[in-house]
Design a protein around this ligand. Sequence first.
Ligand SMILES: Nc1ncnc2c1ncn2[C@@H]1O[C@H](COP(=O)(O)OP(=O)(O)OP(=O)(O)O)[C@@H](O)[C@H]1O
Ligand SMILES: [Mg+2]
Length: 350
Amino acid sequence: MTSVRIENLSKTFGEVRAVDGIDLDIPDGKFVCLLGPSGCGKTTLLRLIAGLEAESGGRILVDGQDQAGIPAHKRDFGMVFQSLALFPHLSVAENIAYPLKIRGTGAEERRKRATELLDLVQLPHIEDRAISQLSGGQRQRVAIARGLAIDPKLFLLDEPLSALDAKLREHMQIELRQLQQKLQVTTIVVTHDQREAMTMADIVIVMDRGKVQQAGPPIDIYRRPANSFVADFIGTTNLIPCTVKDGRSIDVLGHEVTLGEEDVINPDVNGSAILSVRPEDVAVTERAGDHTVPGEVAFIRDLGANVEISVRARDLEIRSVCTPKRRPDVAVGQTVGLEFHTGRCTVMAS
Ligand SMILES: Nc1ncnc2c1ncn2[C@@H]1O[C@H](COP(=O)(O)OP(=O)(O)OP(=O)(O)O)[C@@H](O)[C@H]1O
Ligand SMILES: [Mg+2]
């Protein structure tokens, strides 16, 4: 059982506020992804939790216990660094069991645990190999096994899959998620890849400039982004200036759209606003009509599984995506109509 509470946490490096007044509650057994662009403070937050960095203000509580003054090696957390930091001169088994050696565990027990962990990460029988004889994916698994060696209270990983190619990376995301579900260990993973976060996480924490922009289950964040930064960072979206009229009616590019019950108008909206509508909720019709926004096809990309159509409407480029079966019969340069499907739109403050 390990829960984490973070209260008004901050960390400054000279003038830089790397972590700027963060509050978070991470319940026991959850898989959490810290997601955000480069430099937003993800690594710093993870290192603060690990005890590798001292906070400038605020508190970190693990199972209710204030972590201030507890050195990293006494926190019983497992870590996997972006660089993996495997020891090249040690064998696979010695690498995995290294954290146990530091804790004074005997040789026989260490070997047994390394074998167990290699089974767990699906790399049996390679205990005696040298690290240099492993592929990138195998090294990744060895680093994960080492992070789990002490049966950690918290499992912390900083961009653990970033060195892998796209296919293996996707495979490892699923593997890591399944492993976490099996072990039920509270896990925090740093990533800047929103697809990776959505694949693995129970809770995604979207950060920007040292602050939490939104935290919640991935699909909630996708469907109900708190602001345009989040809407744009999670998935692909169209951000279109609009004006909120009375009730649930908005004016978008000179076209009136009546929002339904399922659409979200954020509470801080007042008059001029931004409509976030996902490409899968924009339809391109072969002719512009009374109920559509006129535009001109700028680009068509057929990716096999789906077709993306970019339409220029006024000075905006609006993206639509559909399955090949629903592809409208349109060509680049043609005047078309755009229809916004309500139900999954969000109107947010501009
Ligand atoms: N030891 C340090 N000394 C000075 N500034 C630092 C230090 N560590 C981080 N920073 C600064 O703090 C900010 C946050 O850095 P951090 O490494 O936490 O970002 P990140 O979200 O992990 O980015 P990335 O995705 O590139 O790894 C950056 O502006 C960075 O330059
Ligand atoms: Mg980082």
